[in-house]
Design a protein around this ligand. Structure first.
Ligand code: MRU
Length: 353
């Protein structure tokens, strides 16, 4: 297998999108070419592309592909086609708000662009490319701010992370893994502890893979080992990503994040969330309104072709959980690190200059 030097999971090339197929890693590094909006919707739904910011970037390009496919001859018909495309993409996954954010931005661009439909389609492509480019810059800034937020001692930190909030989950570099990359580059990292992240194993398959690509020392643990590792003094800080943050700082992230936050609190270990501002849902006052994706039970009862349990068992497979704001030491964004319950105030101050 040829290994990539840089990991960019969603790339526009010539006239189509190239996605790293994240369902095949780490066994196989392969690219899926996406030419049609409908195929992008399937890629998001089946998790060929996953991770909140990467889903947003993919949806931006999906909107462009849908616009390109439109045969509409006038503006009203074109916008109606685009609303249908938006509906298709919105129906793919419910929790990561970046999906809805990116679709909203593309729609707003379409409504606000004057000129011919050909011009509008070109502006939509440029907007999708801008979403991708901005996300990469955002992750780099999160890395810089995150470094400042990390505990001053010990000098070399053992950082626990959950799921994959790395380059694969964004336009590149990553949020939580961006902070970890930044710590590694500044000689502040001893080791990453990666939770395997049942049932989809994003920690084992993707986070561990990214670390190995860059020779970042990584130890894989099963999710149930995290509390024990904390109790044994093996973890200095926890950094995770987010799929949706309510206005009060309550944070939805991969299932298992909440129990990590509780354990971290019990062991006086700082627990940070790293996410772009596009992950904040200002419409939701708290986390109780965050839609939690329920996935196919097969992810719980089967590994490969092997069924793990007897027939007659019932299943529950929520893909995300919500960590209350009071368990979070800080939210690391591209504009700085904020106390979760001060998000609105801090960002308003920032806007006011
Ligand atoms: O189901 P997934 O793999 O899309 O879930 C991903 C996560 O939960 C990530 O932690 C989150 O999206 C942040 S990615 C920077």
């Amino acid at each position: 297998m040829t290994l990539p030097t840089h990991v960019y999971p969603v790339v526009w090339q010539d006239d189509h999108v190239r996605l790293i197929d994240q369902t095949r890693l780490p066994a196989e590094y392969s690219i899926v070419e996406i030419h049609r909006c409908e195929d992008m919707a399937v890629a998001i739904q089946t998790m060929i592309v996953r991770g909140a910011p990467a889903i947003g970037v993919a949806a931006g390009f999906g909107m462009y592909l849908g616009a390109r496919e439109s045969q509409a001859g006038d503006r009203a018909a074109f916008l109606s086609d685009l609303e249908t495309v938006a509906e298709t993409l919105r129906a793919t996954r419910p929790t990561a708000v970046n999906l809805f954010w990116a679709i909203g931005r593309m729609l707003k661009t379409a409504y606000e662009t004057t000129g011919s439909l050909t011009d509008t389609k070109q502006v939509l492509l440029e907007t999708a490319q801008a979403i991708a480019a901005e996300d990469l810059q955002t992750c780099l800034a999160i890395g810089v701010h995150g470094l400042q937020a990390l505990p001053a001692s010990p000098t070399k930190l053992r950082i626990l992370t959950h799921c994959n909030a790395g380059a694969l989950a964004t336009a590149g570099y990553g949020t939580a893994l961006g902070v970890i990359r930044s710590a590694w580059g500044s000689d502040r990292l001893e080791r990453v502890y990666a939770d395997e992240t049942r049932p989809r194993l994003q920690g084992a398959k993707l986070t561990a893979w990214e670390c190995v690509q860059e020779e970042i020392p990584v130890t894989l643990i099963t999710d149930s080992m995290a509390a024990h590792c904390m109790q044994q003094g093996m973890i200095d800080v926890v950094v995770v990503g987010a799929d949706r943050i309510a206005a009060n700082g309550d944070t939805a992230n991969k299932i298992g994040t909440y129990s990590l936050a509780l354990c971290a609190k019990a062991h006086h270990i700082p627990f940070f969330v790293a996410a772009p501002l596009s992950t904040i849902d200002w419409q939701l006052s708290n986390g109780s309104g965050i839609p939690i994706e329920q996935r196919d039970p097969i992810e719980v009862y089967q590994v490969g072709n092997t069924r793990l349990c007897p027939l007659g068992v019932e299943f529950y497979n929520p893909a995300f959980d919500v960590t209350p704001a009071d368990l979070i030491a800080g939210i690391i964004t591209e504009h700085g690190v904020f106390a979760p319950n001060q998000l609105q105030v801090s960002l308003s101050k920032l806007e006011a200059g």
